[in-house]
Design a protein around this ligand. Structure first.
Ligand code: IPM
Ligand code: MG
Length: 352
């Protein structure tokens, strides 16, 4: 098979971790006889610095013309502490999501037996936790009308959802639940928010079409608590954009390192695969960042193209590296830590 992959390394550790994922994809290509063509494109602060736009049209065209997008990370501290900045790297990510129609962000969370002791939670609480957060990604408060009063003393952000937007993400969440343990938790704030009530009403209306799925409803504050207290109770969680942003970061620490969790953003046009962590600017260029989240994102990318054996080979290599301790410093145990690039080389060799 010929694969056409757009590569958007972005900022901070983005380029280093994406390099490792590419090594892994190359190894898969050799082993399974595929041909891969990468096209690199600018995004984030790097794109602002070079062309003044965090998601240039050229990048969008490259994404549209590809089978999948491999994405690193975006964000640069020089913008974080400047609330007055006119363009921000994050706008590039949001523009990409909107223009590619990526209405769903899928974040699977599972634990790795060899890393259970890295979790801040007790072993008996986390062992066996395995769930997916399905986050709505192109609506809600992120994209609603926003503004500032003329005298600058008042600001507002609006949360808007249409039935259509809610239905399409719920459909996807129901189908995920159908392929898993058949339990779906709809997370909202229906005791306070009108949009949440529309979410709940819409989900309730769809229940009859998915009789084999057990649906429950949970307020987001309660869900945040139960996720820590009893992560094993969840199978598929579905929620609106901002709740999903928060819940999925919370979920990520359960496994012990933010550096392990991949994600897929899917929707109307080309899907994007990226680690859930950020650009970790303090580590940029040091060859110490954990590449596993990006490598596992590459596995999700392969799965999305129906290359299931290929994805399995990647996952097996990752499991072996974790068991053998071929890992970066964030999850190393007996003081022996490998460099980002060494982990990538090891994984590629293991696959081949
Ligand atoms: C994420 C990130 C982004 C978001 C930021 C960088 C805009 O936190 O992908 O979860 O809030 O969606
Ligand atoms: Mg986030």
């Amino acid at each position: 098979m010929k694969l056409n992959i757009a590569v958007l390394p972005g900022d901070g550790i983005g380029p280093e971790i994406v390099d490792q994922a590419q090594k892994v994809i190359d190894a898969v290509a050799v082993k399974f006889g595929h041909e891969v063509k990468y096209t690199n494109a600018l995004v984030g602060a790097t794109a602002i610095d070079k062309v003044g736009n965090p998601y240039p049209d050229e990048t969008h065209d490259i994404c549209m013309d590809s089978d999948a997008v491999l994405f690193g990370a975006i964000g640069d501290p020089k913008y974080d502490n400047d609330p007055k900045a006119k363009v921000r790297p994050e706008q590039g990510l949001l523009a990409m999501r909107k223009k590619l129609g990526l209405y769903a962000n899928i974040r699977p969370v599972s634990t790795f037996p060899s890393l259970l002791d890295k979790s801040p939670l007790r072993l008996d609480i986390v062992e066996g936790a395995d769930f997916v957060v399905v986050r709505e990604l192109t609506g809600g408060i992120y994209f609603g009308e926003k503004g500032r009063s003329e005298d600058l003393t008042k600001a507002f952000d609006t949360c808007t959802y249409t039935t259509e937007e809610i239905e399409r993400i719920l459909k996807l969440a129901f189908s995920y639940a159908g392929k898993r343990d058949k339990r779906l938790t709809v997370i909202d704030k229906a005791n306070v928010l009108a949009t949440s009530r529309l979410w709940r009403e819409t989900a309730q209306g769809m229940e009859a079409d998915y009789k084999d799925i057990e649906v429950d409803y949970m307020f987001v504050d309660n869900a945040a608590m139960q996720l820590i207290q009893w992560p094993k109770k969840f199978d598929v969680m579905v929620t609106e954009n901002m709740f999903g942003d928060i819940i999925s970061d919370e979920a990520s620490v359960i496994t012990g390192s933010l550096g392990l969790l991949p994600s897929a953003s899917v929707g109307i046009h080309t899907s994007v695969f990226e680690p859930i962590h950020g650009s970790y600017p303090q580590a940029a260029g040091k060859d110490i960042a954990n590449p596993i989240a990006t490598v596992l994102s590459a596995a999700m990318l392969l799965e999305s193209l129906d290359l299931l054996d290929e994805a399995k080979a990647v996952r097996e290599a990752v499991n072996q590296s974790l068991e053998k301790g071929v890992v970066t410093e964030d999850i190393s145990k007996d003081g022996k830590a490998y460099k980002t690039s060494e982990v990538g080389d090891w994984l590629a060799a293991a696959i081949k």
